[in-house]
Design a protein around this ligand. Structure first.
Ligand code: NDP
Ligand code: ZN
Length: 348
């Protein structure tokens, strides 16, 4: 029994990806079977499979930016029909009973949400992600992809989109505010588009000006390069109401806090492997807020998809074949992606 599918799998961090056949569970009453059409490459996939966040459970298939079409539904499924265009993001289950789940905040499930990969599922197996042709997911964790967003351009919204939409919504970023998006990668390029669509005045803070033209097209009014001005943090002190950091490597948090206006807020979504330090004085001076955000809830993910469709944008992607994934990882780490690699699952 079980549903067989081709998938890209690694047996150890230094091994290349290989095409293997893995098994998905047979449909339970509330499960949906999805034919995956596109799978985005998130930097979290790379942190995970390179053991940067601790030992991963090998052999492993990663991928939590999934877009596809429903090909079968369980007996009690009510949200979806065969043929629906759907997406799956970073989680595929949660306890459903704790205070957070009852409030519809599955991402913060007190028993820990079940991640789409490298996570222990309710049946004790290790979840396997979206670099594959098929996946079986409980209908509650499946999203509708609105007409008007291409599946390839929708896939990255399921992680990069919601992870930037959620803090911008939570901190009520709005027209007239000066917002900085730090790091113009997969998350950053979604943050720019969403903040600009909300009417904020968006500045990109990047290490160089290499992506300046693209940043403008995404809706940024300017790009500032930390690497091109030795006095950068002094020269831009106190400029921003809100800063969203998507940086994936270690950085000087105090320096960025200095860029906030008094009572400004900095939200961290980038998750570098090492701890970030903060001086108490960086928060006390100006009464600043330092916070973080873990993806977003299922309800909010649907709101984000609808918001993107309404404003007419998706992710800006580079489509690759399954045999290009190893190279793509090196390019993401080098900051050489505009702005998300998406795996074409027809190339299996
Ligand atoms: P990308 O690699 O696409 O983007 C990260 C960007 O960070 C780069 O483009 C670069 O921007 C900047 N950057 C990288 N290294 C440095 C450095 N040493 N100093 C300063 N800036 C740097 O990654 P993603 O957008 O896919 O993910 C970003 C981070 O967010 C990852 O750590 C990921 O794990 C995390 N994440 C967190 C989630 C959450 O729920 N909180 C969900 C999803 C991802 P530039 O080239 O413009 O300087
Ligand atoms: Zn991700």
């Amino acid at each position: 029994m079980g549903i067989k599918t081709k998938a890209l799998q690694k047996t150890a961090p230094q091994e290349p990806f290989r095409v293997v056949e893995i098994e998905r569970r047979d449909l339970r009453a509330d499960d949906v079977l999805i034919d995956i059409k596109a799978a985005g490459i998130c930097h979290s996939d790379i942190h995970t499979i390179r053991n940067e966040w601790g030992e991963a459970h090998f052999p492993l298939t990663v991928g939590h930016e999934i877009a596809g079409v429903v090909s079968a539904v369980g007996d009690e499924v009510t949200k979806f029909q065969v043929g629906d265009r759907v997406g799956v993001g970073c989680m595929v289950n949660s306890c459903g009973e704790c205070e957070q789940c009852l409030q519809g905040m599955e991402q913060d499930c007190l028993r820990g949400n079940v991640g789409t990969y490298n996570s222990t599922d309710v049946d004790s197996t290790i979840t396997q992600g979206g670099y594959a042709q098929k996946i079986v997911v409980n209908e509650h964790f499946v999203l509708n992809i609105p007409e008007g967003i291409d599946l390839d351009e929708a896939a990255p919204l399921l992680c990069a989109g919601i992870t930037t939409y959620s803090p911008l919504a939570r901190w009520n970023v709005q027209a007239g505010q000066k917002v900085a998006i730090v790091g113009l990668g997969g998350l950053g390029h979604m943050g720019v588009q969403i903040a600009a669509a909300k009417g904020a005045e968006v500045t990109v803070i990047s290490r160089s000006r290499r992506k300046e033209e693209d940043a403008k097209k995404l809706g940024a009014v300017r790009t500032l390069a930390t690497g091109e001005d030795p006095d950068f943090f002094k020269n831009h002190r106190g400029e921003f109401d809100f800063i969203l950091s998507t940086i994936s490597a270690h950085y000087d948090l105090d320096a960025y806090l200095g860029l906030l206006k008094p009572r400004g807020t900095m939200s961290i979504v980038g998750l570098p492997p090492e701890a970030l330090a903060v001086r108490a004085g960086s928060l006390i001076g100006g009464g600043k807020v330092l916070t973080g955000n873990n993806i977003g809830s299922i309800t909010e993910t649907q709101q984000m998809l609808d918001f993107c469709a309404e404003h007419g944008f998706g992710a800006v992607i580079e489509k690759i074949d399954i045999n290009e994934v190893d190279d793509a990882y090196d390019r993401v780490v080098a900051g050489d992606v505009r702005f998300r690699f998406v795996i074409d699952t027809d190339t299996f």
